[in-house]
Write a protein that binds this ligand. Structure first.
Ligand code: FES
Length: 187
């Protein structure tokens, strides 16, 4: 009798990157992710691993999106997209709400037109400037501006940006952060 194939299941997992399973960095393709104390092995899609191999550092907080499949008694996880998130802060630390919110489309229309590189550059710009607590990144579905992809908005104000080159991100961040600062004499 033909074996029934089970449908793959999508997953989204947030956790701390511990390192690669493979010792040889050239062959590294599976990450170890600590998700609430449970260590999971997640294989990366080829394009994703090429991009991330040299960039990931143990301790990075990641969001992995992919699908799981049952192989005998083993659940295999394969990630198709990986984002570096802002490290979750300890719950006892009270922090002010972020000043800016950036909503980035992560659907395939934008991802294929430079969206993945844009996200990498955005996360890097926030880290370089230590803005992780001031700027919140939200990943969204299609924002209905696919013909002008990649696209994102910055709030307050819901300002839309289309086809932005990663090199422009620092100037955009500076402009919006400056706009949120009270002017002299303003209470
Ligand atoms: S896919 Fe990004 S706006 Fe439609």
């Amino acid at each position: 009798m033909a074996e029934t194939t089970r449908p793959p299941w999508m997953f989204t997992l947030d956790g701390t990157f511990l390192g690669f399973v493979e010792a040889d960095p050239i062959k590294a393709k599976t990450i170890r992710l600590d998700v609430d104390g449970e260590v999971l092995a997640i294989k990366l899609r080829k394009e994703v691993r090429r991009m991330l191999r040299s960039r990931l550092q143990p301790g990075d907080y990641l969001r992995c999106i992919g699908r799981s499949e049952l192989d005998g008694d083993t659940i295999k996880l394969k990630a198709y997209q990986v984002f570096t998130l802002l490290t979750p802060l300890p719950t006892h630390v009270s922090t002010p709400p972020p000043t800016l919110k950036i909503q980035v489309c992560r659907k395939s229309g934008c991802q294929k037109r430079g969206g993945q590189q844009l996200v990498v550059a955005l996360e890097q710009a926030l880290r370089d400037r230590n803005l992780q607590t001031q700027v919140e990144i939200q990943y969204t579905g299609c924002q209905k501006h696919c013909s002008e992809a990649p696209t994102f908005t910055v709030s307050p104000g819901h300002h839309r940006y289309n086809r932005v080159q990663p090199s422009r991100l620092p100037a955009i961040l500076d402009r919006h952060l400056a706009a949120t600062k009270p002017s002299p004499g303003q209470v």
